[in-house]
Design a protein around this ligand. Structure first.
Ligand code: 5GP
Length: 233
């Protein structure tokens, strides 16, 4: 078993498959702040499973196999590429701080950024030539990652818009599966996306936990309820 910030990973009888268990745990500041949050694992597993099912159905190759219980899912084992791939549709978070822009300034085209995954280094920003120099990914892999991340953005923007939610920004991670194919992995949930109510601009994501502005689960449950209603239509 190995444990991340909000999930536990278990090997299974099939060496190419992993069982992911979602924990009732929220972290901030790269894991330095950690708190128990009732039902977070169940809600995030459901949101993530719904989104990965939706992406799979729309032609994105992902690690997702199936949801197996309230807080567990089965995924393909992958060798992860140590990159956090961030896509932004509007200014918030580190972008807003870095360039001192108005909150939710709309971008004409999505912004893409890469961060090198390293807890020790606090996930530093990394550019294409640094990725090349450190052999983090090949130019070919990087091109696929860029293309897939933009396709995921278009699909998710549409899905969330139908649910009355604005997709501000999010983080993806990719890896290589047993067949050598580059596919989308990790988690997509309000832990890894910035989501605001399209009408009120109320935060429905982990910013509520990061900024201590309310009960984080209210937003997460709203996201799940609205996505379930949208895909059921
Ligand atoms: P920012 O760079 O503004 O802090 O984050 C941009 C987006 O990527 C946000 O939606 C944020 O939730 C996500 N993100 C950035 N770093 C991490 C990380 O280490 N873990 C998770 N789960 N999401 C991240």
């Amino acid at each position: 078993m190995s444990e991340g910030k909000a999930k536990q990973l278990f090997t299974t009888e099939n060496p190419n498959e992993i069982l992911v268990h979602y924990l009732n745990q929220a972290t901030a500041l790269n894991g330095k702040r950690k708190e128990h949050v009732d039902d977070k694992g169940i809600v995030n597993n459901q949101i993530d499973s719904l989104i990965f099912n939706y992406l799979d159905a729309h032609g994105i190759a992902t690690h997702f196999i199936k949801q197996v219980s309230d807080s567990d899912q089965l995924v393909k084992k992958m060798t992860m590429i140590p990159l956090e791939v961030v896509v932004r549709n509007a200014a918030s978070g580190s972008f807003q701080r870095k360039f001192d822009t108005p909150y939710l300034l709309e971008f004409e085209e999505p912004v893409q950024e890469f961060y090198y995954k390293s807890d020790r280094l606090d996930d530093p920003f990394i550019n294409d030539s640094q990725i090349h120099a450190l052999k983090v990914a090949t130019a070919e892999q990087l091109a696929v990652i860029r293309d897939q991340a933009l396709k995921v953005n278009s699909l998710m923007k549409k899905l969330f818009a139908e649910a009355g939610i604005k997709l501000v920004d999010f983080k993806l991670e990719f890896g290589i599966d047993a067949d050598g194919k580059l596919i989308l992995g990790d988690e997509i949930s309000p832990d890894s996306c910035r989501l605001v109510d399209a009408k009120t601009q109320q935060s429905l994501d982990k910013d509520v936990f990061r900024k201590h502005t309310g009960n984080v689960m209210d937003g997460y449950r709203t996201v799940l309820d609205r996505l379930q209603a949208t895909v059921a239509e």
